[in-house]
Design a protein around this ligand. Structure first.
Ligand SMILES: [Zn+2]
Length: 184
């Protein structure tokens, strides 16, 4: 299975609204499989299609590594054409990072609970409620499908604080132990 290179934060594909997936066949299974391999290879808990240069409404995730011991561990999850239909609870302030913005972790406010409609990896319709870390990762990945990045939510002060790190990523000088799409 090929490990795909990941695009970094200022690649235009990360800012585009993605297209709905309309083909449900082996090529979609293959794309999902490649994204799963790529996510695990980079020790990520989530990966959205734009991050491998595909402007499609698809993300994969496995939040198990960040869940608490007592939590149920759902393992690998695949979200095709997802739509968040409801958010609930208070906003909570939690740490986030992104494979397209390596080395930067910042706290972001998001609703605690979401309800999401999507097709799963078997292309079957589901509607489920998620809270805590899973809801956090889902919202982060969902943002990727709408051209949003977690750094967009930072205060002007925090944005200034990470400017140097972003410039390093942009210059292609950031050392990362998974393949990135080279900057030109
Ligand atoms: Zn991300």
């Amino acid at each position: 299975m090929p490990i795909l290179p990941i695009v970094t934060y200022n690649d235009p594909v990360l800012r585009k609204e993605t297209k709905e997936i309309i083909q449900f066949d082996d090529s979609t299974h293959q794309l999902i499989q490649d994204m799963v391999e790529t996510m695990y290879n980079s020790d990520g808990v989530g990966l959205a299609a734009p991050q491998i240069g595909k402007s499609l409404r698809l993300f994969v995730m496995d939040g198990d590594p960040v869940l608490n011991e007592e939590d149920e561990k759902p393992g690998l999850m695949v979200f095709i054409n997802p739509e968040i239909v409801e958010t609930k609870g208070d906003d909570i302030f939690m740490d986030e990072g992104c494979l397209s913005i390596p080395g930067i972790r910042e706290k972001v406010d998001r609703p605690e609970t979401i309800v999401i409609k999507y097709k799963n990896k078997g292309f079957l319709d589901e509607e489920k409620e998620y809270s805590g870390w899973l809801a956090r990762i889902i919202q982060h990945e969902y943002d990727h499908l709408h051209g949003r990045l977690f750094i967009d939510y930072l205060s002007p002060f925090r944005k200034r604080m990470i400017k140097g790190d972003l410039a390093e990523i942009d210059s292609g000088k950031k050392e990362v132990d998974y393949p990135l799409v080279p900057r030109d």
